[in-house]
Design a protein around this ligand. Structure first.
Ligand code: ATP
Length: 234
């Protein structure tokens, strides 16, 4: 479904990605792991069109989409929930959800909003409340719900568990599993690798702008060198 070939991305003179090869198969959850600053967010931002790679190609559903703008990629079915969630704090929960579907022209938006609210009852309860007044976990749910309203084929989740209490993390992970079961493919960035590999089909480990290991969740968890160096936490 998604294929990155030899991607190099720079911030000015700083090379953040040094030739990334990565593939996501339809229907999978793929985890992108690694320490702080390894380049995970930059990989996500490159796929979503927020930064342009200097080298390499991004293919989505067999089409070369390298260099397309975020709204074009959204229309093609790629939706990013960025690190830090980026909800619109001064707008209500309902307005945030409506923003998630702003580019859609079909008549099912209202219906879909009702459906996401059924899935996230807390958002229904708080629909007229300003999004900035929600707790961290609720804001993460809102960010995911908003992304789902764009009807993505590929959902990019950048550190969805960041800063959340374990019980809330468990809830978010259950939601990610459900999303996969409903047919949406997921690329998931996590620092908490063990947690991510519990639900992932496949994983990539990054270090300083490169992929240094990859494999099924089972393979990565069996590799002592990897576990010790990268999956040690929690
Ligand atoms: P984190 O978990 O901290 O987000 P990460 O693995 O997602 O880590 P990136 O955020 O992709 O890593 O960062 C990769 C490299 O690019 C780092 O060296 C970082 O300092 C650098 N970098 C990231 N964003 C910028 C920016 N806007 N300008 C300059 N350098 C940046």
């Amino acid at each position: 479904m998604l294929k990155l070939t030899n991607i190099e991305t720079y911030y000015g003179q700083i090379q953040a990605l040094k030739g990334i090869h990565l593939q996501v198969e339809k229907g999978q959850i793929v985890a992108l792991l690694g320490a702080n600053g390894a380049g995970k967010s930059t990989t996500m931002r490159t796929i979503a069109g927020l930064v342009k790679p200097k080298q390499g190609t991004v293919e989505f559903l067999g089409e070369d989409v390298t260099g397309l703008r975020p709204h074009q990629l959204l229309r093609k079915g790629i939706s990013l929930v960025p690190e830090g969630r980026a909800i619109l704090a001064g707008m209500t929960v309902l307005e945030n959800l409506e923003m998630g579907a702003y580019h859609r022209k079909d008549s099912r938006v209202k219906n879909d909003i009702q459906n996401v609210m059924r899935r996230f009852p807390i958002l229904e309860e708080r629909q007229n409340q300003l999004a900035g007044t929600l707790s961290g976990g609720q804001q993460q749910m809102l960010a995911i719900a908003r992304a789902l309203l764009s009807k993505p084929k590929l959902l990019l989740l950048d550190e969805p568990s960041m800063g959340l209490a374990p019980i809330i993390v468990a809830e978010i992970y259950k939601i990610i599993k459900d999303i996969k079961e409903e047919g949406t493919t997921v690329l998931l960035v996590e620092q908490n690798a063990k947690q991510a590999l519990k639900i992932a089909d496949y994983g990539y480990v990054m270090e300083t702008g490169k992929i240094i290991a990859e494999g099924t969740a089972e393979e990565l968890l069996k590799d002592e060198r990897i576990v010790e160096a990268y999956l040690g936490k929690k």
